[in-house]
Design a protein around this ligand. Sequence first.
Ligand SMILES: CC(=O)SCCNC(=O)CCNC(=O)[C@H](O)C(C)(C)COP(=O)(O)OP(=O)(O)OC[C@H]1O[C@@H](n2cnc3c(N)ncnc32)[C@H](O)[C@@H]1OP(=O)(O)O
Length: 436
Amino acid sequence: MSEQNILKTINGDRIAIVSGLRTPFAKQATAYHHVPALDLGKTVVNEMLERLNIDKKEIDQLVFGQVVQMPEAPNIAREIVLGTGMPVSVDAYSVSRACATSFQAVANVAESIIAGHTAVGIAGGADSSSVLPIGVSKKLAGSLVDLNKARTLGQRLKIFSQLRLKDLLPVPPAVAEYSTGLSMGDTAEQMAKTHGISREEQDALAHRSHSLAAKAWDEGLLSQEVMTAHVEPYKGFIDKDNNIRANSSLEGYAKLRPVFDRKHGSVTAANATPLTDGAAAVLMMSESKAKALGYEILGYVRSYAFSAIGVHEDMLMGPAHSTPLALDRAGIELKDLDLIEMHEAFAAQALANVKMFASDKFAKEKLGRNKAIGEIDMDKFNVNGGSLAYGHPFAATGARLITQSLNELKRRGGGLALTTACAAGGLGAAFVLESA
Ligand SMILES: CC(=O)SCCNC(=O)CCNC(=O)[C@H](O)C(C)(C)COP(=O)(O)OP(=O)(O)OC[C@H]1O[C@@H](n2cnc3c(N)ncnc32)[C@H](O)[C@@H]1OP(=O)(O)O
């Protein structure tokens, strides 16, 4: 391991993460039923700035993302700046990298710090599966445009007469791959079959995830990094993730029917992430700026990598593709890591990735490498549970993983963590983080 292999600015400053915060995550149509992602984003950024008592004039940039976009506020980042009392001069733009969106936001702020353009930046993401941009059918959308252009009553009546009842039905956004039409759950089913991941193994991982997450909450490990959020203005508060099952039992999992392949499948509501609402953010600075402002640093971004594969088969293999790149860039091997935090989109997807980390065949055929990335020590893997339990508000998960890993490293007295995720479009993200 060499000091050379860590991201730094031209002045030798490391990329510091000073703080991370998130809202509690809530299942679709529960605590945040009518709260848009933008409000969740504003809430978390506002609270983070309040807690740190930072002069808002110090902030140069805010990069944020939202996977399910709201057409009326397409630049969520700028709306957060304008809605949290930051100076209007704070640069803000939005990014989208499906489930790795806030990883991308962190990478963008890191690159801006490395270039010397930013000294203090905020990165994060928010998503709501409860307040959705419900659209109209393509036929109706086309007809509405034509209606706008129609000049006579006859032309208008002709357009109306071509519409059928089904064309008038609302169309919710799909959690599916645009180019194949396959849902993420269909892909998880594919991966279970290709990699021989049994239903029992999937249920066991989900049970582990819920049990560890419940324990983490019981022990107070998350109380600092998760804020209390308002449910709907003036209606109440939520102070804990509401998907986690403290009384998770394997018998309960076994009873559930598969959802995506009802006949031969193994992916159920319990071994898939639920649709979730929430937001998360991190405050980043160049190392010297953090020290000059007197902030304690939580950790550093040592390296990161993104990867991309095809979308027709086993598309959610992002961790197995991006991790070796990030490890190489960090100048380390898998065995040097103290923690491995992998986004659990589905138990089948996480287990397929764990399996392929250890496979020489996969390394040779898919990664063009001589040997496997390495066997994951499960004692280091998602030690406080994962997305199966916490839930997965798409754009917020990366920032959750980064904050949770750095806080856990700190509790353990330091070290290195890998945080990694798969994403739609065959994308993958991996970050190597170093405790301060
Ligand atoms: C890169 C990526 O991250 S890709 C991933 C992107 N995300 C997704 O694709 C989301 C995938 N998930 C989903 O679409 C949905 O959660 C689904 C379709 C799997 C399930 O949706 P729903 O049926 O609405 O789930 P719901 O929460 O109602 O649970 C169904 C049942 O399972 C039960 N259940 C859920 N979790 C558990 C559990 N851990 N243990 C026991 N029972 C459980 C519920 O109690 C419920 O039982 P009931 O019908 O008796 O009330």
